[in-house]
Design a protein around this ligand. Structure first.
Ligand code: SGN
Ligand code: CA
Length: 539
């Protein structure tokens, strides 16, 4: 007996000893960079028609660019829950932005912390509850603010003067410079609020991008005729649903003098009540600035209002759409330009300190976004621009620089990928696949050819109907349920803009049959079901 307890004690000490003495040379560091609502169309590594993002592109140039990366549920907080737990929304329970995240469940940073990693998180998490598994954090409460943002910390809250993208970067760099434990590998979350709506660029970028004009997508004037009810009833059309004050930044005073010109659109809160965005949402943002900051913003705000006053009364709907689209792109892309500059600062720091050699750098977004495709802004749908998300990973000596990968990968896979890279065992019930074989160029070891999607938040802001579906490289099959019962099939090769639902086209009879079966099997595999669908009611 005695011998056995001694032996157990010895083994325990040995294990503890190993974890304390974690090998910083073999265990890679991980820097996870995520922005909020960053469309891949707005990253020049994917598409350089709208903006140049030389710093974000560095990650792809020196690593791997994924062209078919997607999310399982295209909405902010649910995407983050999927990333942290490695489980679909119906399993982790965070089906929409309102549902509470049950933080008693295992998230991958907790496993890293236990395994001896130093962990930290800065920026937007979006959960009400504080992050678990991170030694240090400063996170924005909920959506956070662009100007002089408040942060929730471990010990106390703090308001920091400045522009949110710069501030989050300063916090991250400061942590690297003053808090990093050189005897431990790190897992650091660097999470931007930008380019989330309501877009509020830094004053300098605001002025710079206001002077630019951007190309329109070919389906900006989409009339949704080839689609079902969901596309027709969604409230995310730039002409009809974007707000002149809140989004386009026409000053409320200008606006009021001209009479009621705002599109009459009520936003559903999700609890059965509705609201009309008002001048309050403009002032909430503008008034966060101090006098000096406001003065800088005034220069461009005055130009916008002048232009609106002079030209808006004579515009037809097509011209209004054009005007709103340009204002949208100017602001959205201006916020991205700041993200790109700041990502450059962090990459430079890693290079200067030599940390880059053993650090996996990931750049992604919590989902994609419509930049005028289908006439839309926002996300939520399984249609490509919101379903797909940017993903690029740099890992020296493991990933061949400048490679492109077209496999169907998802945010669901991140947790298992990072755990495998760090040689930490992943819990059996995680539902993704580690991307390590793909990163190492061993594509033969990858046998997933389709992914599962399920969106819930309805009725709510933007009114995107509930749906689930299956997507492979050639086709996309979606079932809109709840208050309708409609199926849609898209031929991703022949109709990349997804303008024609071919579900009822006899030519696609076999494809429908095959994909319907695969979707059923997939729902069983991931433990999703009609019973669960019914149990999730959006409040
Ligand atoms: C806010 C935005 C919406 C956005 C949701 C969810 N409206 O309600 O446009 O879809 O957040 O975004 S705004 O009037 O506040 O700009 S998410 O990224 O948090 O899911
Ligand atoms: Ca988001």
């Amino acid at each position: 007996m005695k011998y056995y307890s001694f032996k157990l004690l010895f083994i325990a000490f040995f294990i503890l000893g190993c974890t304390n003495d974690i090998d910083t040379k073999t265990k890679p560091n991980i820097l996870f960079i995520m922005s909020d609502d960053h469309a891949y169309q707005a990253i020049s590594a994917y598409d350089d028609r709208l903006i140049q993002t030389p710093n974000i592109d560095r990650i792809a140039d020196e690593g791997m660019l994924f062209t078919n990366a997607s999310v399982t549920n295209s909405i902010c907080a649910p995407s983050r829950a999927v990333i942290l737990t490695g489980k679909h929304s119906h399993i982790n329970g965070k089906i929409d932005n309102i549902a509470e995240f049950d933080d008693s469940q295992m998230t991958f940073p907790q496993l890293f912390q236990k395994a001896g990693y130093q962990t930290a998180m800065f920026g937007k998490l979006h959960f009400g509850n504080n992050p678990k598994g991170v030694d240090d954090f400063l996170i924005l409460p909920g959506q956070g603010d662009y100007i002089n943002p408040r942060f929730l910390g471990k010990d106390k809250d703090t308001i920091i003067t400045g522009y949110v993208t710069d501030v989050i970067t300063d916090l991250t760099l400061n942590w690297f410079k003053t808090k990093r434990d050189k005897n431990k590998p790190f897992l650091t979350f660097y999470l931007h609020k930008a380019p989330h709506r309501a877009w509020w660029p830094s004053p300098e970028k605001f002025a710079e991008f206001y002077e630019r004009e951007f190309p329109e997508p070919e389906n900006l004037y989409d009339d949704y005729s080839g689609r079902g009810t969901a596309a027709k009833t969604a409230e995310m059309n730039i002409l009809t649903h974007m707000q002149y004050m809140q989004d386009s930044k026409v000053r409320p005073s200008t606006f009021e003098k001209m009479g009621k010109v705002e599109p009459e659109i009520l936003y559903a809160r999700g609890d059965g009540t509705f609201f009309q965005p008002t001048s309050a949402s403009f002032y909430n943002r503008y008034n966060r600035g101090n006098e000096e900051q406001k003065k800088k913003y005034d220069v461009t705000l005055n130009k916008i209002s002048e232009d609106f006053k002079t030209n808006w009364p004579n515009m037809n709907d097509k011209e209004k759409m054009k005007w709103k689209f340009q204002r949208y792109m100017q602001d959205y892309l201006a916020t991205i330009s700041s993200v790109d500059d700041n990502v450059g600062r962090v990459l430079d720091y890693l290079e200067e300190t030599g940390l880059d050699e053993n650090t996996i750098v990931v750049y992604t977004s919590d989902q994609g976004f419509y930049l005028g495709e289908h006439g839309w802004f926002d996300k939520r749908f399984i249609y490509d621009e919101s379903f797909k998300t940017p993903l690029m990973i740099r890992w020296p000596n493991e990933i061949k620089p400048g490679t492109t990968n077209e496999e169907m990968v998802q945010n669901l896979d991140f947790a298992q990928t990072f755990l495998e890279a760090a040689m930490i065992e992943a819990p059996e019930d995680m539902q993704g696949e580690s991307l390590i074989p793909l990163l190492k160029g061993d594509n033969k070891k990858w046998d997933r050819d389709a992914v599962y999607y399920h969106y819930y938040e309805y009725p709510s802001v933007h009114m995107a109907k509930r749906h689930y579906g299956i997507v492979n490289k050639e086709f996309k099959l979606a079932h809109f349920y709840f208050d309708v019962d409609e199926w849609e099939l898209y031929d991703r090769v022949k109709d990349p803009n997804e303008m024609n639902n071919v579900y009822n086209d006899p030519k696609y009879k076999d494809v429908v049959k095959k994909l319907t079966t695969e979707l059923k099997e997939m729902r069983i595999k991931y433990k999703d079901s009609e019973e669960l669908d019914k149990s999730f009611i959006y409040r």
